[in-house]
Design a protein around this ligand. Structure first.
Ligand SMILES: N[C@@H](CCC(=O)N[C@@H](CS)C(=O)NCC(=O)O)C(=O)O
Length: 238
């Protein structure tokens, strides 16, 4: 089997990775023991570089074209897949061993992805601010321009209300976990839902200031540091 190629975004952090969406694809590949290599792309070059390999563009809010990462190229099938959810679906269909959408859960986990996103949106200002500090100067400038369309500036305001909302969001996520009788969202069955939760936690741990990660990871009796450790271990990325 030829190694698949994952396109991810580079940062100044040791080991490069910081972004939650490409992380989800990396975790799936690793969980399924699929060989892959990573090509690291500057944030400011993502659209140009991905267009050059044939990725389809979408529209930004201002009407301009954009290509995003992750993108996955599979030389074994010739497939080129964009978007972390589509990549997860492709990998589960093409390489069905160790399913990440077990028991026909794909539609439910797609819905879970947006429900989870609604809970963690208050973290974005802090996350985006720190991203500008770990990207190259050109990428940081570009990042501010494009991401401020989603989350208006200023990002450098300490906002207690956002932290309260985020903590509330994680209380809700904790209730979801408590409804199952195992350590995963689907009880004893590991799934892509756990990868979604884990990859956002990983982004906080790697990108946020240490005291912010300490704060998040201490909520719900230290649950979130444990969930991240469990997901990393299950995907052999610990
Ligand atoms: N829904 C997409 C979102 C991907 C996304 O927003 N990727 C960011 C990096 S994490 C990106 O490539 N942005 C490029 C840009 O906005 O120019 C997914 O899950 O793959």
């Amino acid at each position: 089997m030829l190694p698949l190629v994952l396109y991810d975004v580079i940062s100044d952090l040791p080991g490069n990775n910081f972004s939650p969406n490409p992380a989800k694809s990396r975790f799936v590949l690793s969980y399924k023991d699929i060989p892959f290599v990573t090509i690291w792309v500057e944030y400011s070059d993502i659209s140009i570089a991905m267009k050059a390999i044939g990725a389809k563009s979408k529209k930004r809010q201002d009407g301009s074209d954009v290509c995003t990462v992750p993108v996955l190229s599979d030389p074994n099938t010739g497939a080129l897949i964009m978007d972390s959810l589509q990549i997860a679906s492709y990998l589960d269909k093409t390489y069905p061993e160790k399913p990440i959408f077990p028991n026909n859960s794909e539609s439910l986990i797609y819905a879970f992805d947006s429900a989870h996103m609604d809970l963690i949106r208050p973290a974005m200002k802090s996350l985006f601010l720190r991203c500008t500090e770990i990207l190259s100067p050109a990428s940081a400038k570009f990042f501010i321009g494009v991401r401020s369309m989603d989350v208006p500036l200023p990002w450098d305001v300490k906002c207690d209300a956002d932290w309260e909302l985020l903590e509330k969001g994680y209380n809700t996520a904790c209730e979801w976990y408590q409804k199952t009788n195992g350590k995963w969202i689907m009880g004893d069955t590991f799934s892509y839902a756990d990868i979604i939760v884990g990859c956002w936690l990983l982004a906080y741990k790697r990108v946020l200031k240490e005291d912010d990660w300490v704060r998040i990871s201490s909520w719900n009796g230290g649950k979130w540091a444990q969930v991240l450790a469990d997901v990393e271990k299950e995907c052999k990325l610990a």
